[in-house]
Structures are given as C-alpha cells and as structure tokens.
Design a protein around this ligand. Structure first.
Ligand code: HEC
Ligand code: HEC
Length: 283
C-alpha cells in the first residue's frame, strides 16, 4: 500500500511529463503556425499598403498639377491624333472640327476618356466607344489643350459625397437630367434623331466633366447653375443608380413592380398551361 502511490505517482509523473512535453511540442507547433500566419498576414498587408502607396502617389502626382513634361507629351499626342481636325493652334478646321478655344481640359477629358475623340470622321454622331488613350495620355492631352486655350479644368480628387447626399442628388438629377437621360439614367431618344445615352458606364469624372462641358445637345451646367457640391451630389446619385441591385432578380429595365408581376404571371401561367397540355397529351 505504501508503495502504490509511489509507483502510480511515478507513472503519473511520467505520463504527465510526456503529456506536457507533447503538449508543449504541440503548443510550439501551433505557436509556430500562428507566428507564420501573422508574418504572412503582415507581409500581405505590407505589400497591399506598398501597392496602394505607389498607386496613390502616382495618381496624385498626375492629378495635382500638370507639369511641362505632361504638356509636351500631350502636344505630341495632339499633333499625331487631333491636329488634322482641330488645327495646330486649336483654331479648328473648316468642315472637320470645331475650335477648341475655351473648351478646357475638362472637355478633352470627357471626349477622349469616353472614346468620342479622336472622331473617326466628320458628321457622324460621336458615341461612346473604347477609349484610344489611357488615363495618363488623356490627362496629358487635357493639360496641353488647357495650357493653350484655357477653359474649365479637369476636376481632381474625390467627386463622391456620402450616402446622406443621395436624396439631394436624386432630386437634382430629376430636375436637371432626367428629362433627357430618363429617371433611371438609362438614356432616351431626343428629337431629330439624337439620343441621350445611358449613364451606366460613365465614371465619376466623366459625369462631372459632362456637366461642366455639355457635349453636343447637352446643356453646360456651369458652377452658377449647379455648384460643385451639387454636381458631386449628382455624381453620387448616378453612381448609385449604376450599382443598384434589382430586387427579385431580373430588372426588366426597372419598369416597375406591377409590370414585373405581369411578366411573372404570363410566364408562370404559360408554363402551367404547357405542363397541363403535356400531361393531357401523355394520358
Ligand atoms: C476626324 C476629325 C476629328 C479628329 C481626328 C478629332 N476631332 Fe475632336 N471633334 C471633331 C468634331 C467634328 C467635333 C464636334 C462634334 C462633337 O462635339 O461631337 C469635335 C469635338 C471635340 C471636342 C469638344 C469641343 C466642345 O466644344 O466641347 C473636343 C474637346 C475635342 N473634339 C478634342 C479632340 C481631341 C483631343 C482629339 C485628338 C485625340 C480630337 N478631338 C480628334 C472632329 C475631330
Ligand atoms: C437636353 C438634354 C440633356 C440634358 C438635360 C442632360 N444631358 Fe447629358 N447628355 C445629353 C446628350 C445628347 C449626350 C451625348 C453627347 C455626346 O454624345 O456627345 C449626353 C451625355 C452625357 C454623359 C456621357 C455618357 C457617356 O457614357 O458617355 C453624361 C455622363 C451625362 N450626359 C450626364 C448628364 C447629367 C448628370 C445631367 C444633368 C445634370 C445631364 N446629362 C443633362 C443630353 C442631355
């Protein structure tokens, strides 16, 4: 009896010892795992931060001020792609293209980033197409035209406001834009064969520069008509239209709940009738 505890104690200590060593080995393993995952996470975050910083500084550098180098690069692009219609001094060329005096970098940004310019030929309505120039080249072209001919500048920085401005933006959109672009911004035909395009592809800066410069039949919304903050509210609203989900599946062009129900009825009842006919034919 006297020995039993000793034996069991040694046994116990042995198992306890082996258990603790196993545990600590496992513990070390999980710690190592944790440390590696922390390191991996850290590295990933660092890489992301670095990439963001690179991106942010580069886009900031492009935007803040256009350097002489940008203007020179823009001039070269202009001379190879635009000069035939707009002239070496931006004075315009009869029957080819209008003068660009006073249209500003904003008009160039809008026209070039939406692929409308360089135009393929005169007379044709210039519709949105794949842009020929990338963002940097577009900015360079804008900087060049701005430096020669003045006018509204390409807006910089964040053009979106918080969700609390959505209602105001919607109100302003219905007042100023919906008559041509439709209340959901999907576009609509205008008189004389012209079309107000859908707004589902336009970026923040394209929406803003469209308002600033009034392409073709669209009026110019100068800062007297719509303050910069009102323009931003509209940009915020138009962008929200682009991302709005269609509740209940297919939007059917957002024609409304009643007509959507009607479509369901027609399709659903149609399917039922077909099923009934099929069962009838089988029996
Ligand atoms: C084939 C001829 C042609 C070429 C090439 C061309 N344009 Fe145009 N551009 C036009 C015509 C025509 C218009 C007017 C019709 C319109 O506004 O859609 C115009 C309009 C514009 C406007 C709008 C002017 C305004 O009053 O708002 C800008 C800005 C512009 N062009 C810039 C450029 C730039 C920059 C290039 C070169 C990348 C270029 N264009 C190349 C023919 C041309
Ligand atoms: C009188 C009719 C009219 C009104 C009002 C109008 N637009 Fe337009 N808008 C047009 C036409 C026409 C075009 C196409 C111009 C072109 O192709 O050169 C256009 C083009 C645009 C584009 C370019 C779309 C793209 O994808 O290329 C945007 C963005 C835009 N409008 C926003 C607005 C906003 C925002 C308002 C209100 C502040 C507004 N428009 C008011 C007629 C109108």
């Amino acid at each position: 009896m006297g020995f039993t505890p000793a034996v069991s104690a040694t046994g116990a200590t042995e198992t306890v010892a082996s258990a603790t060593s196993k545990k600590s080995r496992q513990g070390r393993k999980t710690w190592r795992k944790r440390i590696t995952s922390v390191l991996v996470l850290g590295a990933a975050l660092g890489a992301m931060g670095g990439a963001y910083a690179m991106f942010a500084t580069s886009s900031g550098a492009d935007g803040t001020s256009s350097s002489q180098a940008d203007i020179d690069a823009g001039q070269q692009l202009f001379e190879s792609s635009c000069i035939t219609c707009h002239g070496a001094n931006l004075q315009g060329i009869k029957d080819r293209g209008p003068s660009l005096a006073g249209v500003g970098g904003a008009a160039v940004y809008f026209q070039v980033s939406t692929g409308r310019m360089p135009a393929s030929g005169q007379g044709a309505e210039n519709l949105r197409k794949t842009a020929k120039f990338d963002e940097q080249q577009t900015e360079q072209l804008a900087a060049f035209v701005q430096s020669i001919a003045g006018g509204p500048e390409v807006p910089q920085g964040n053009l979106l406001l918080g969700d609390d401005k959505l209602a105001e933006g919607g109100e302003l959109f219905r007042l100023n834009c919906a008559s041509c672009h439709g209340s959901t911004g999907k576009g609509a035909p205008l008189s004389a064969g012209a079309v107000a395009p859908g707004l589902n592809e336009a970026t923040d800066r394209q929406i803003y520069t469209a308002m600033l410069t009034g392409p073709e039949n669209m009026p110019v919304f100068g800062d007297n008509q719509l303050t910069p903050d009102q323009k931003k509210a509209i940009v915020t609203y138009v962008r929200s239209l682009q991302t709005a989900k269609d509740p209940g599946g297919s939007g059917i062009d957002r024609i409304g709940p009643v007509s959507e129900g009607l479509v369901l009825w027609v399709a659903g009842v149609g399917a039922l009738v077909i099923a009934v006919l099929w069962i009838g034919a089988k029996s």
